[in-house]
Design a protein around this ligand. Sequence first.
Ligand SMILES: Nc1ncnc2c1ncn2[C@@H]1O[C@H](COP(=O)(O)OP(=O)(O)OP(=O)(O)O)[C@@H](O)[C@H]1O
Length: 381
Amino acid sequence: MNQKEKILKIRDLDISFKTDNGNVKAVRGVDLDLHRGETIAIVGESGSGKSVTTKAVMGILAGNGQINNGTIEFHYADLSPERIQEVIEKYNGVIPEGYTRPEEQKVVDITKQSKKFIQSEIRGRRIAMVFQDPMTSLDPTMTIGKQVMEAMRFHYNTPKKEAWKRAVKLLELVGITDAEKRMKNYPHQLSGGMRQRVVIAIALSCDPEILICDEPTTALDVTIQAKILELIQDIQKKKNLSVIYITHDLGVVAKVADFVNVMYAGRIIESGSVNDIFYDPKHPYTWGLLASLPDVDTSGDELYTIPGTPPNMIQDIQGDAFAPRNPYALHIDEKIAPPMFQITPTHRVASWLAAPNAPKVDMPADLKEKIEKNKKEAKLV
Ligand SMILES: Nc1ncnc2c1ncn2[C@@H]1O[C@H](COP(=O)(O)OP(=O)(O)OP(=O)(O)O)[C@@H](O)[C@H]1O
């Protein structure tokens, strides 16, 4: 089997924010891996640290934020604009593994780079982001065309005429008809779904290696949601892009992800392949998330919600942050935070229940039944 090519390796990442009430410990020792062409998802309730983790990757933490510890290793191809053109033409847009020459391979720790380096070399160029609400990422006073051309002009100094041609092609790639005409439109002249397509075109304009999608479909209605997800998948295949989805929607995760990272109170508490997480979840928090997921047979009022609320991230958390909400908590959970236990080569869980001598605890019977049913129907949710 081919060794997978690592593109992002986060280790021991620790981030806090200074506030008048104290230090918010938003991210507490996150490890995360992303390989070329792979899609990973980061899921968890609001405030669990999903966005802060990816903002650190993009070098856009808020001014009161601080990386206290850890590394964000980014492996990338350092190609000149001419080589990029050559690669695109040679591979007809379908960029295979190992397309780089050895001298073009670079590794940087993003946490150690200057703002200037991140702005010129990383953000928008090699790592691009699609945010939830297209209206906030688009400039209402600028035409679509100008906005799609902007990053190309900034990063590669692409001549205007060529940038225009490439922008039209990008709009066509994201499924915008009449692209030439749309170039002259302003964002308000497009529907929500079309605006999100434009945002995706902008994100792709510099041929990034990683695309981070932060709740990319939350602001859209259900049918458009599915189309946008399909579009991202389609483009990902064509360009061998690596994608990180941030979402609280496990339905989205099931559709798109290869690997899933479940976050709680600033930590990744379970990670695994999509099958590991949906068919064989080990953490009681993941059980709760899955149990609260609607399926066709459940009416709204039968839906489970995880009792309690996440902890205050200003106070020091002793033991397992989820223990106060966890009906299966052990005594040790109150005192010592569980380490990551490796269940299989792909599946890891931070729960004392996975320790070799822990009492045997099964997931709730209702959830087991739901999973068995889904397995039989070979669907994830
Ligand atoms: N600039 C800031 N100042 C203080 N606290 C912050 C700041 N930015 C984020 N936080 C805190 O960091 C924690 C993690 O936030 P983050 O936005 O990563 O959560 P999330 O999991 O992405 O949630 P959501 O789904 O709501 O976006 C939260 O407690 C949040 O309040």
